[in-house]
Design a protein around this ligand. Structure first.
Ligand code: NAD
Length: 249
């Protein structure tokens, strides 16, 4: 079954994994819009120019996905310019790692609102259009640490586990309406975030991965491309691990 050209929105679109997802969906022929965090406007413009140099025309739009109002405004603008969003990738995320003894309310709230509330904030304004059109692909980027828990990440693990709860419940509401909702749970991925780790810390992490390497962002994007395709219509409510064997269950 050929995949039609769709309007796709990627939050965290200019980040390490988001960039590979935007490239993949654009190369597949979709009209991709990359959502960036408003304080990163300059970075986003440079990112857009870099994509143009690759031959990819990817519009950018700023929104703070931890705010329902700002997310709804952004979705309205995307719809006005390109039409209703048919493929949504919730990829924006942050970490504020601390042991629970040091965990403060601000670090807890920031991670929950950016990684979990954002899924509600961005998906809710899109949902009615997906129901009406009888088509939708929603892909939530979680983490292996939402599946197994991670020392120093009570906030992040809770948010990422919650994200898959959201996926499972919404998948049931979309199932009879042509809308699939799935989670992808990457292990460690080669991005600026993991490159910034101390060498010994990075090496220690890699030693715990049965494949003895991190994922390339393109390996996450490939699965997004697969789930977004028309012929992935029968997969919903799944949590797909991409972790090199780090967590098998
Ligand atoms: P990244 O920091 O490169 O990208 C995240 C993007 O989200 C950034 O561009 C950031 O500006 C944006 N963002 C943050 N807060 C925002 C807000 N309030 N509103 C709008 N945008 C906001 O990180 P990444 O490694 O590309 O991670 C992408 C996703 O994958 C995240 O959800 C992350 O939790 C998840 N993940 C990453 C790894 C990894 O090893 N890198 C592993 C598992 C899961």
């Amino acid at each position: 079954m050929a995949t039609e050209s769709r309007v796709a929105l990627v939050t965290g679109g200019i980040g390490g994994i988001g960039t590979a997802i935007c490239q993949r969906l654009a190369q597949t022929g979709h009209r991709v819009v990359a959502c960036y965090y408003p304080p990163e406007k300059d970075l986003a413009e440079a990112w857009q120019a870099a994509r143009a140099a690759e031959g990819l025309d990817i519009p950018i739009i700023g929104a703070d996905v931890s705010s329902f109002e700002d997310s709804a405004r952004m979705i309205g603008e995307v719809k006005g310019q390109y039409g209703p969003v048919e493929i949504l990738v919730n990829c924006a995320g942050i970490t504020r790692d601390k042991t629970f003894k040091r965990m403060d309310e601000g670090s807890w709230a920031a991670v929950i609102s950016t990684n979990l509330n954002s899924a509600f904030n961005v998906t809710r304004p899109i949902w009615d259009d997906m129901l009406e059109r009888g088509f939708g692909r929603i892909i939530n980027i979680s983490s292996v640490n939402g599946q197994r828990g991670q020392f120093g990440q009570t906030n992040y693990s809770a948010a990422k586990a919650g994200l898959h709860g959201f996926t499972m419940a919404l998948a049931q509401e979309g199932a009879a309406k042509g809308i699939t909702v799935n989670t992808i749970s990457p292990g460690y991925v080669e991005t600026a975030m993991t490159a910034a780790m101390r060498d010994d810390v990075r090496e220690a992490i890699i030693a715990t991965v049965p494949m003895r390497r991190m994922a390339k962002p393109e390996e996450i994007a490939a699965v997004v491309g697969f789930l977004a395709a028309d012929d992935a219509a029968y997969i919903t409510g799944a949590n797909i691990p991409i972790n090199g064997g780090l967590f098998i269950h």
